[in-house]
Design a protein around this ligand. Structure first.
Ligand code: F0G
Length: 352
């Protein structure tokens, strides 16, 4: 039986005899081939569906390590700034580890499902009238002056936990892909994947992919090489104007012969709809920046025909029902509770 990351990847992680065996059975997520989009794009395309983690995003990989280490070190309170997924994961693992969890979020700018999670897991929630970058600055300072453990991805244990996704991809494919496409917000995850691919290659000779990271156009600080004071994008998860792991991301793409690129909200939404309609895979908008990026770079030729590409789908589509309902014109047709009327409507659809 799968027992989660600390158990499974113990030899690759900073785990000691005193590390609590914290787990919600995170990790071991499906790598799903996308036959229809592969054919359309002339590549071999897979998605790593991180929305299948216990709280519905990749953050569980990092959080299980960060919270276990905080507990091991005697801390009883964790804190994070978040666009939603980090706070959901932090709140869940804190509940499991019997710790307090304080979260600071940008008011009105986090998806409904994520807020519901934080509420249900019992976090202490502060919504500031500012953005993620402001919130992160505050919690970083607070964690320096108060006995609270910071669990944003500047905490190195987060990166350690998240690198395991790269291990899994190598195991699932038998080797690293040619290209790894990934959304970029605070840039912790691209940093973690690159670390993971390098470590696994050192041990198992699995090769190294080109790292291709995608920011949202309205929050593309790394692409523009300047801090964005007022980042804006429909993909609220990556609405970040001053990524904390900026230099690490730049190093990852430099070392791997990859690129940090940007995709527009329209491109993100197009990929979001395409993925659900053509392949039956529902991922949250920010996740679809990876697919939008693959489509863009196939058109430009930057991703070569026939490449084996893994796109990371960082979060579950159910996280953000509001964007889903606005992204499509298909709405339920409301009918009276009358068999005849219902039959005639459905037959009208079937026999059109
Ligand atoms: N995709 C999703 C769904 C995310 O929630 C995030 C980050 C990213 C991509 C970007 O990952 O920051 O490591 O580059 N969400 C953070 C949060 C900021 O607070 O949940 P990154």
């Amino acid at each position: 039986m799968w027992k989660g990351l600390i158990h499974h990847y113990r030899d690759y992680l900073p785990v000691t005899d005193n590390t609590p065996p914290l787990s919600l059975n995170e990790g071991n997520t499906p790598l799903i081939p996308l036959p229809h989009l592969s054919e359309k794009l002339g590549i071999e395309l897979y998605v790593k569906t991180e929305g299948a983690n216990p709280t519905g995003s990749f953050k569980d990989r990092g959080m299980v390590m960060a919270v276990a280490k905080a507990k091991e070190e005697g801390s009883n309170t964790i804190i994070c700034a978040s666009t939603g997924n980090t706070s959901a994961a932090a709140a869940a693992y804190a509940a499991r580890a019997k710790m307090r969890c304080i979260i600071v979020i940008p008011d009105g700018k986090i998806a409904l499902g994520k807020l519901a999670q934080a509420v249900m897991y019992g976090a202490e929630i502060f919504a500031i009238q500012g953005n993620f970058d402001h919130a992160l600055k505050m919690v970083r300072r607070l964690s320096e002056i108060a006995p609270i453990t910071l669990v944003n991805s500047v905490n190195p244990y987060r990166i350690e936990g998240q690198k395991t996704a790269a291990f899994e991809i190598c195991e699932q494919l038998g080797q690293a892909p040619d290209v790894l496409a990934i959304p970029v917000g605070n840039a912790g995850n691209i940093t973690a994947y690159w670390k993971g691919f390098k470590e696994y290659h050192e041990k198992h000779r699995t090769g190294l992919p080109q790292m291709r990271g995608f920011e949202a156009e309205g929050a593309a600080a790394i692409v523009r090489n300047q801090v964005i004071e007022n980042p804006e994008t429909i993909a609220t998860a990556i609405r970040i104007g001053n990524p904390a792991s900026w230099e690490h991301a730049v190093r990852a793409v430099h070392e791997s012969n990859g690129k940090i690129d940007e995709v527009s909200d329209e491109e993100i939404l197009e990929a979001y709809r395409l993925l659900a309609r053509e392949e039956g895979v529902f991922a949250e908008p920010a996740s679809c920046a990876s697919i939008a990026g693959v489509i863009k770079q196939r058109k430009s030729g930057e991703i070569a025909k026939g490449s084996r590409v893994v796109a990371v789908l960082t979060g579950n589509g159910l996280k953000d029902p509001t964007v889903a309902m606005e992204a499509t014109s298909i709405q339920p047709i409301v009918l009276p509770n009358d068999e005849k009327v219902v039959f005639s409507h459905i037959q009208g659809v079937v026999f059109q």
